[in-house]
Design a protein around this ligand. Sequence first.
Ligand SMILES: *Cc1c(COP(=O)(O)O)cnc(C)c1O
Length: 230
Amino acid sequence: MSKIAANISGVRAEIQRAAAAAGRNANDIMLLAVSKGQPVDAVAEARDAGLRDFGESYLQEALGKIAALCEEPLCWHFLGPVQSNKTRGIAEHFSWLHSLDRLAIAERLSRQRPADRPPLQVCLQVNVDGEASKSGVAPEALKDLALAVSVLPRLRLRGLMAIPRPRSGQPAQRRPFRELAALLADLRRASPRLAGLDTLSMGMSADLEAAVLEGSTLVRVGAAIFGPRL
Ligand SMILES: *Cc1c(COP(=O)(O)O)cnc(C)c1O
């Protein structure tokens, strides 16, 4: 077994353990392999080990890999900050965007999404730690943004994403994830237009167990699958 295949088995086992501890079905948790900073060969190895969903944070780097693997039925997720000059590339080449935090960007993406592709699946990134330097919408502004995004024709709002600052120890790690889950529950109750939101994109290599315990439906795992980035 390749190193990457062995790592994937280990991550799946960790998801399984956390899901069991939470009384959840591990099949309800998507494993997204974060391949930013990794070469095409590493993505191909993870694909051979059965993964189909890959996450990237830098558009130019991602487009090279997407082109190199275009024969494959892979699903690409964009995770990084989105400037307006990046929206066309994201709209044309990705299936998901996890880091949406501004209406102007959402409107551009909806206009630019090609007619022959299904709507772009989006999560709103929430700044759960209130750090001024971080991207993400403030919790107070979340509902208005969600309602506005939910009516854009070529986007499909799926849920929320957060990247909490690193914390040590599971109780501390769980707190921001619990807050994100509560924000999603509030949105679902706030309007029939938001009642179908079903995605909590939370948990990375260092805190995925804590995230699964708090209801994550999609963990974004880089280093624990691929090792250190270039
Ligand atoms: C890099 C990155 C990850 C993966 O982080 P690891 O610690 O390598 O698992 C997950 N989510 C986002 C948004 C990232 O930028």
